[in-house]
Design a protein around this ligand. Structure first.
Ligand SMILES: Cc1ncc(COP(=O)(O)O)c(C=O)c1O
Length: 443
């Protein structure tokens, strides 16, 4: 028998003659530039290899001698996969559940056209955790806002009696809901939209955190508006936290005009902001909520839409579906992702560690008022924004942090978001803050 072109695990993984452990950071970059797309521009001269502990990665950097291909260093994960790893890298509870179900429990892979026993577990876990009536499982984060968009339109026609094809979904400026056609149709970010038109009709944007603009739009066009869809705190826009009274006022306006409130909690959910879901910070409840990222515990891509009975009920057979949405493995991981947030009190930890990080930020702002313009955050979804000067460059901050063993990434020219795992410990927050202080002082 001829030997397979693909063999081995980890560094010994050998693919058509190339052993992965033999590649330098430069060689990885060359392969990506030759065979990948150009839709990402990753940090240079660093390749993540494996996990050290829940908040620490081992990465490879160029070696300064001719003998080794690379050196290995620890990297404190200040981003945790854009909040997909709230439960910490390789959370043991979730990993144990995966291994036990794949081996001992002989987990099948079947589609939704036949019932499997783990779906009940998933639906019970998510409906209880979200305090919502119904749940529709999906896979990627972007599928959650996409589906909320569809459900809201159908509800608009069937329940609100909006004239056929006239439904409007309102979004907020500066939003980020992903990269699908629906998400970029809602977006006002030129990079994500350029040359992808024509866009979906029936969309209006209002400035985020501006209740008067929303009220005016609802007064003018409320009859045709099915939903206002937004992130409770805008993550990708640079952690934009609205005024405390914004969401309660939005909720009231939506009720007044019979408009659904659809919140995209893909980034803010699962304990990130110090509550299980960010809308709980404002004591309101949406009609629809989309989650993703940490819904899969950083182990699998899992997303879902949860919502009120009357609204989610709009979906009928054939109108929506997903081969891998809620398949047995996703159901098990989804259940254990919830269990971990609850049992390990991760929302509480986000609140405590977030407050600790915020104290450091405030100290930084006081020490460098000419550099730091604003510090923002709820729980462990945080950012600091620098003044708009060339030398106060967010990308440079990311590169300099990397040299000091911290992974973080700018969101805009002058804003850096820090959102570590919710399992992070006090000393790691201090280390993170010390690295940031060191970098900022040198700018
Ligand atoms: C609020 C929000 N919605 C949707 C998405 C899209 O998620 P995904 O990239 O998993 O499709 C993101 C990703 O950052 C997000 O932050």
């Amino acid at each position: 028998m001829s030997e397979s072109p693909i063999n081995g695990y980890g560094d010994n993984l050998t693919v058509f003659g190339t052993r992965i452990g033999d590649l330098s950071p430069d060689e990885h970059e060359k392969i990506e530039k030759k065979h990948g797309g150009f839709n990402y521009k990753p940090l240079e001269n660093v390749v993540v290899s494996h996990v050290q502990d829940s908040s620490t990665l081992i990465c490879r950097k160029p070696s300064n001698n001719d003998v080794e291909k690379y050196i290995e260093e620890e990297l404190l994960d200040g981003l945790c996969c854009y909040s997909a790893v709230n439960q910490g890298q390789l959370n043991q509870t979730i990993v144990d559940a995966v291994i036990a179900h794949l081996t001992k429990e002989k987990l099948p892979t079947v589609p939704r056209s036949i019932r499997h026993k783990y779906m009940s577990a998933f639906l019970l876990a998510i409906s209880n955790f979200t305090e919502m009536d119904r749940v529709i499982p999906k896979v990627a984060g972007v599928e959650a806002p996409d589906l909320m968009f569809k459900i809201a339109r159908r509800w608009g026609y069937k329940i609100k009696n909006i004239e056929k094809d006239k439904a409007i979904i309102v979004g907020a400026t500066g939003n980020f809901h992903g990269r699908s056609m629906t998400a970029i149709s809602l977006s006002d970010d030129p990079d994500s939209r350029h040359d992808f038109g024509p866009f979906l009709p029936g969309i209006e944007l209002v400035p985020f955190n501006n209740i008067n603009a929303l009220e005016k739009l609802f007064d003018d066009k409320g009859e045709n508006i099915a939903a206002f869809m937004a992130e409770p705190i805008q993550g990708e826009a640079g952690v934009i936290v609205p005024d405390d009274d914004y969401w309660p006022k939005v909720r009231k306006l939506c009720d007044k005009h019979n408009i659904l409130l659809a919140l995209d909690e893909v980034q803010t959910g699962y304990g990130r902001t110090g509550e299980n879901f960010a809308h709980q910070l404002y004591d309101i409840k949406p009609d629809l909520m989309g989650c993703g990222k940490a819904a899969g515990g950083g182990i699998l891509p899992i997303s879902f839409v949860a919502g009120r009975d009357e609204v989610v009920k709009m979906l009928t057979p054939g109108s929506e579906g997903s081969t891998f949405g809620g398949y047995p493995l996703a159901s098990v991981v989804g259940v254990y992702a919830v269990k971990t947030i609850i049992d390990q009190k991760l929302a509480h930890n986000a609140r405590i560690r977030g407050a600790q990080l915020m104290q450091h930020y405030l100290g930084l702002k006081e020490e460098f008022p000419d550099k730091i313009k604003e510090v923002r955050g709820k729980g462990l979804l945080t950012a600091f924004e620098m003044h708009n000067h060339n030398h106060l460059d967010g990308h440079k901050v990311s590169v300099e942090l990397l040299k000091r063993g911290v992974y973080a990434k700018e969101t805009h020219h002058s804003t850096v978001r820090i959102a570590p795992a919710l399992t992070i410990e006090a000393w790691q927050i201090d280390d993170l803050a010390e690295a940031i202080r060191d970098v900022v002082s040198g700018l």
